[in-house]
Design a binder for this molecule. Sequence first.
Ligand code: GLN
Length: 308
Amino acid sequence: HPVPDYLRGVLESIRHLEHGEVAQYIPELAQADPRPLGAAVATVTGRLHSAGDDRTEFTIQSIAKPFAYAAALADRGVETVDRFVGLNPSGEAFNELSLEAESKRPDNAMINAGALATHQLLVGPYAGRQERIDRVVSLMSTLAGRQLSIDHATFESEMNCADRNLALAHMLRSHGILHDRAEDIVAGYVAQCSVRVTVRDLAVMGACLAAGGVHPLTGERVLGSLVTRQVLSVMSASGMYDAAGEWLTDVGIPAKSGVAGGVMGALPGQVGIGVYSPRLDEHGNSVRGMEFFRRLSEDLNLHLMEAD
Ligand code: GLN
């Protein structure tokens, strides 16, 4: 079949890229095999193609952020969510201890500060730790089209060295952005990061966003179109962290990366894309993953800003 053959060809052409390192700051991820390489593409009309290590599971990490944000927007409404989380790129690392100068909100939902604030907003003001986790895992499962589960080894491993996220949570609490215990919010956030996915899951989840919130395989409306529009907008501006501007210029596909090595893309009206390769650059983005996207954007004319 031409599509998997094409995907296989792209993967083979980027396999030689061996620079970058697997994430070091989470012990379980530091032990990961750096070699797997897989990719998948799902169209908004429901076709799914994949190649390479397309059934290998890895933890979703920060790629959960757009979905937790979608859930919070659906649960609490845009106005409430916007009061607690901003819409602008931070221009800083994903785990930076910083807030917007005037509002004291986190800059956006794609960085850790914003993701912690977003996690607090899930379900409703009186929700407990487990309810919030269930909400985001269940939304991601619906979008993936199968029941996703948490990798407990990765969860425990990250919880044992969560000082940075705890510091962020305490800072947010001091500004009234979080109201639950810092430990509970961090545990919920780390649980959402520890959900296991494959590149096929990421492609289908991306295709749901690309289709305005309608599931490409079932036709079911999972997210509202305004919620989806807001998620994709924030993802475009901030999904690749401090590399987001270069990414939008070079690749032009809204995308979100995770420190386990996954990258998910969503091109409105067209496709969802998932790729996995664990070695990361200095921003925490998968080196081969980004190259895969560059190739696809170029070969298939996927750049959002290109009119013809
Ligand atoms: N769980 C990771 C963290 O909080 C996710 C970071 C990422 O994927 N960029 O540090």
